[in-house]
Design a binder for this molecule. Structure first.
Ligand code: GAR
Length: 189
């Protein structure tokens, strides 16, 4: 089960790796569904084209975080997934939701955690004068962008980098480490 909010390039990398690395045959694993909190997310249309079950749950239609998370939980649990993979899902989840999926909820974050939790990670890394940046796949806990680190990739920060150029370098590595992290978890499940 993959949760997205936007372009879904990490989701696509995972879907493609599932195919090329034959996750179904090797681990009995398939992508149960892709769920987005934005109906217009380009990644959702892509997933649908791939024949994957999709659902859109607009968080604006709910009175509270708790109400949205309850609806999201119901949608996810219909599929009884072994893993819930946050791939650019830009919503803070309630502690109750996180607890419900403890041990099977993972996220990718565009920094070398524990540095730069939160937003605008590339801009902040450049402003701090970091020589290296990167991405982290981690288990999700109720503390934002914390939790056990499963994979990391490091890239250099170049002297003329902008947030965009650094972000593109990091994103290319995200597409390598996220499928790898998921595959490792499937292999030990
Ligand atoms: C990725 O860079 C991911 O690390 C980041 O959003 C982007 C989603 O891109 N996630 C976060 O910032 C989570 N706090 P994608 O939709 O193309 O995978």
């Amino acid at each position: 089960m993959i949760l997205i909010s936007g372009s879904g390039s990490n989701m696509a990398a995972i879907v493609e790796t599932a195919r090329t690395q034959r996750w179904q045959a090797r681990f009995g694993a398939r992508i149960a569904a892709v769920v987005s909190n934005k109906a217009a997310a380009p990644g959702l249309a892509w997933a649908k084209e791939q024949g994957i079950a999709t659902a859109a749950l607009d968080h604006k239609g709910y009175d509270s975080r708790e109400a949205f998370d309850a609806a999201l939980k119901a949608e996810i649990d219909r599929h009884a997934p072994a893993l819930v993979v946050l791939a650019g899902f830009m919503r803070i989840l309630t502690p109750g939701f996180v607890q419900h999926y403890e041990g099977r909820l993972i996220n990718i974050h565009p920094s070398l955690l524990p540095a730069f939790p939160g937003l605008k990670t590339h801009q902040r890394a450049i402003e701090m004068g970091c020589r290296f940046a990167g991405a982290t796949v981690h288990r999700v806990t109720s503390e934002l962008d914390h939790g056990e680190i499963l994979e990391q990739a490091v890239v250099p920060v170049l002297p003329d980098d902008t947030a965009e150029s650094l972000g593109a370098r990091v994103l290319a590595q995200e597409h390598v480490i996220y499928p790898r992290a998921v595959e490792r978890l499937l292999a030990v499940a």
